[in-house]
Design a protein around this ligand. Sequence first.
Ligand code: CUO
Length: 666
Amino acid sequence: MDPKKQLEVLMLFGYGQEKDASLAYHFPAYFVTVPATTIYPANTGILKKGEFFSNFKKKHTDEAARVYNYLISCDKFEDFVKAASYFKGILNEGLYLYALSVALAHRKDEHSFDIPFLWQLHPHAYFSNSRIKAALARLQLDKPTVAESDIVSTFVTGTHRDPEFKVSWWREDIGLNWHHAHWHQVYPWAGIEINGKLTTKDREGELFYYMHHQMLARYDAERLAVGLLRVIPFDNWNIPIQEGYDSHLTNEYGTLQYAPRPSGMVLSDNYTDPTSPVTVHQQSYNWNRLLNAINTGKFQKKDNSYEDVNIDNLGAAIESSVSSPNPDLYGSLHNHGHDLLSIITDPDGRYKQAMGVMGSVETAVRDPVFFRWHKYIDNLFIMHKNMLDPYSADDLGFKNITLEEISVKVNDCDQKENVLTTRMEYLNVDIYQSMFQQENPQQSLQVSVYRVNHDEFEYNMKVNNANSNNVKAAFRVFMAPSFDEHSDRFGLNEQRRLFIEMDKFVEELPGNTTHEIKRSSKLSSVVKPPGLSIKDILKEVETKRKSTKKNAESECVCRRERYCECGLPQNILLPRGTESGMMFDLFVMVTDWGSDNCTDNLDQGTSYCGVKNQKYPDGRAMGFPFDRKIDVKFFNKFLDTFVDKFDNMLSVPITIKTMPTTKQTA
Ligand code: CUO
């Protein structure tokens, strides 16, 4: 890390605001006022400050893409900082934050930079204005700690009259929302410009399917635990949507409220911009064309040639990203769905209402309709997957490798083997140094968050390699609820869709031996490292500045060389379960990492974000082996009969118990 550059990056996010004289020596003069020059892209600064930026409106994202692609193209860091400072002055706040984040995720600087928690940069997308105001008021009284009344007001978005409120704590988890927003910054559908062409990244369309598919699987596990039905896809657009939602969020000035979405609304055409309306009919046409492509296995291209449908180009077409095989024909089904749902209460803008949370990747996950919309989208991917041949015995097996035992155990606890424990907890987070407030590094502004967490646990596995040589093996760890809404055991081809990826890691297995593996839950490939606040980053900057140059060089192992702010937050790794204990099937499969044809770089967060500027680090289909129908010749209705057929797989029933206690975490 170069401390000077890291500090400049923090400044671009708003830290400093040229007000802290003690830090002034760090700041180049060009931070103060940056004049426009003819080299900066035109058509920027169109979306006015104070308005809501939507990731699903083409005009907004096109403007953002002009900015981030310019920022990525600045070879010299100093030019990047100058340009970003200029844009900070003229752009809409949300658009600037998104464009700067995308640029930093894709620039090829010598070292990557630490980016603070998104809720610290943009707290209004995570906390209601009234909670932020209450915290500020406490600060002025010199009582920065969280008051009991504030903890209670964590539950402001609903009541138990609404069944969906039973799982609002999960949808509103700030780490989950951060994960979703960050994923879309790393994979922006408007594309990254390479050699003058807008492109998407390796397997971006497939990852669009898979990352959202996994969110659905996790959400369904939470719903089953509280007695709700699994998500019903939003596929009849002409009937009222029963599940309403009010986020209680506003813009950063508290002047515009994200529009609440009352129960019983019906989708209407979006005529807020009559020059480019988004209509429900058009969505139906696009849906039909996509169905036709899936059923025939062919996309029709612009020049009337055909391209075979695969999961990656299907993801690009449905989202739709710049890699869509034919955007004129297949439209923008997913993005327009978000858009229509976000303006459902004021579809032609006659009341000048702001959009609802479905319009932004930072907030969309909060709304129950997000999951209904994405289940509908997921169904299209499943239709395609269901048309593929099931995996063969060769695909599924691993010769001479026998998985002999698997189990899980909570660390440092008397809990029995194969019983995992979760609990709800309160966490105080500091949102003081945000983009929109003046700051004093000595102070903190605490807001209490109510969230699930689990006791750390360990996987224990025993695997035999009967080959004479060493073998590199991938361990694919999944779990899924064992019983459906009626307490009937899930059949495998239904349960398939509910398997949650828990971890994926590579081990070298010595020849002719039985190998014991212990793997900590903390290392999971689906979670991100804990993340850093602005204060944490400043502390690192200060340490680096004080260290000798030699030390600074040797210490320069940058934690963001990968996309390591990607992935689920640690606290959400395990489904919450129930007080009496919810049954899950833990499944582990060992595959040949040699033929999986990948790098060994399976680190935290890689399952959902890949590795920066490299190919996705797993050659198998995402979700393998559950992404395709399982051939009936390999099983007799249930998972255990499938596992019995293959030595390289095992499953074991486990229980997840949620403990009745809550605890305060600093
Ligand atoms: Cu992530 Cu719909 O794509 O929100």
